[in-house]
Design a protein around this ligand. Structure first.
Ligand SMILES: Nc1ncnc2c1ncn2[C@@H]1O[C@H](COP(=O)(O)OP(=O)(O)OP(=O)(O)O)[C@@H](O)[C@H]1O
Ligand code: SF4
Ligand SMILES: [Mg+2]
Length: 317
């Protein structure tokens, strides 16, 4: 099956600083692919590049290609890219207010998508249907509201409705629940996953919360300091993460039932421009040894299970 999204060896810089390096992953149709990593590791930059967007000012595509259903995103004409954004790929951000214009009614903001993109059907009917589906029993009232009249949870439901309106093949959800109250977070994630299954679209779920990945994603990519260091099926990853950083992430995960002790990883993520040579986790890794100062290739200890760590040298692909 052709992947919906295929990112190949992506390196992005800002000015003369390398931010992400050699990031590769692909998402199958209908799959939820989670990217997890600490703040600043390059998750959002990677996500935005899938829409053909680079950081401003100074963002550069240093290397690599991104294919959306076989089309090379960074070589597309601006008009085709505009078509793709918002209809075939849609985005849900952390802060729902950033996705909505405070001066326009919800109706105007939903209706605008139909002005810019082709749609076979009745826009009014689709708006009503999607708003009901995200949990509003009175779509008319929501449509005539302005963003400031709705709560954070309601706004994120509106953003999900916007994202689904034109039946996208891929939704990029960048920390979609981080800004919401804890009680609302679970409802929004459940809703997103339920709708994703109904619509059959793929989701790129970006988060620093490994718990969300464990609960909702099919496959996980772990990022550390601009590198994709491990890619696994979630069930296998939860059973036994390969990379020492992933193992640290997992042991730092609170486990209320077992009252497991927390073991945060000592040390700090290096900043962009200050990355060590070779494995970027080396200064914090208890298992570091001589080869780790060289560039780490990708190893495949089991089919389709990837890790960048010299401890898996014998699994060289
Ligand atoms: N527009 C910009 N100009 C300069 N540096 C930037 C810009 N955007 C991001 N960066 C830097 O690039 C790196 C990666 O940023 P990115 O936003 O992708 O991280 P992230 O993994 O999404 O973090 P978070 O979990 O905090 O959202 C960071 O070091 C950040 O400071
Ligand atoms: S490559 Fe070396 S330093 Fe990096 S995680 Fe593996 S053992 Fe640790
Ligand atoms: Mg981010």
């Amino acid at each position: 099956m052709e992947p919906v999204l295929e990112v190949q060896n992506l390196s992005i810089g800002i000015g003369s600083t390398g931010i992400t390096e050699n990031v590769s992953f692909s998402i199958e149709p209908g799959q939820i692919y989670g990217i997890v990593g600490e703040s600043g590791c390059g998750k959002t930059i990677t996500a935005l590049s899938c829409l053909g967007m680079l950081p401003e000012p100074g963002g550069k595509l240093l290397q690599g290609r991104i294919f959306f259903k076989g089309e090379d995103i960074h070589s597309l004409k601006p008009e085709r890219l505009r078509q793709i954004r918002g209809s075939e790929i849609s985005m849900i951000f952390q802060e729902p207010t950033s996705a909505l214009n405070p001066l326009l009614s919800i109706r105007k903001q939903l209706a605008e998508l139909f002005e810019f993109h082709e749609f076979n059907g009745d826009p009014e009917e689709r708006m009503d249907q999607v708003l009901r589906r995200v949990g509003f029993s009175d779509p008319e009232r929501i449509l005539s509201s302005y963003p400031h009249q709705l709560s954070g949870g309601m706004l994120q439901r509106v953003v999900i409705a916007l994202a689904l309106l034109l039946h996208p093949s891929l939704i990029i959800a960048d920390e979609p629940t981080t800004a919401l109250d804890v009680t609302v977070q679970a409802q929004i994630m459940e809703l997103l996953v339920e709708l994703q299954k109904e619509e059959g679209c793929a989701v790129l779920l970006i988060t620093h919360n490994i718990g969300l990945i464990a609960q909702y994603a099919d496959r996980v990519g772990v990022m550390y300091a601009g590198h994709m260091i491990e890619q696994r099926n979630v069930a296998d990853f939860l059973r036994q993460p390969y990379h020492p950083y992933s193992q640290g992430l997992m042991s730092a995960l609170p486990d209320v039932d077992e009252r497991k002790e927390l073991h945060p990883i000592p040390g700090q993520v290096p900043s962009a421009g200050d990355f060590p040579e070779g494995c970027r986790f080396r200064p914090r890794c208890k298992q570091a040894f001589a080869p780790c100062s060289q560039t780490v290739p990708e190893f495949e200890p089991e089919p389709n299970q990837k890790v960048c760590c010299f401890l898996y040298e014998e699994a060289r692909v």
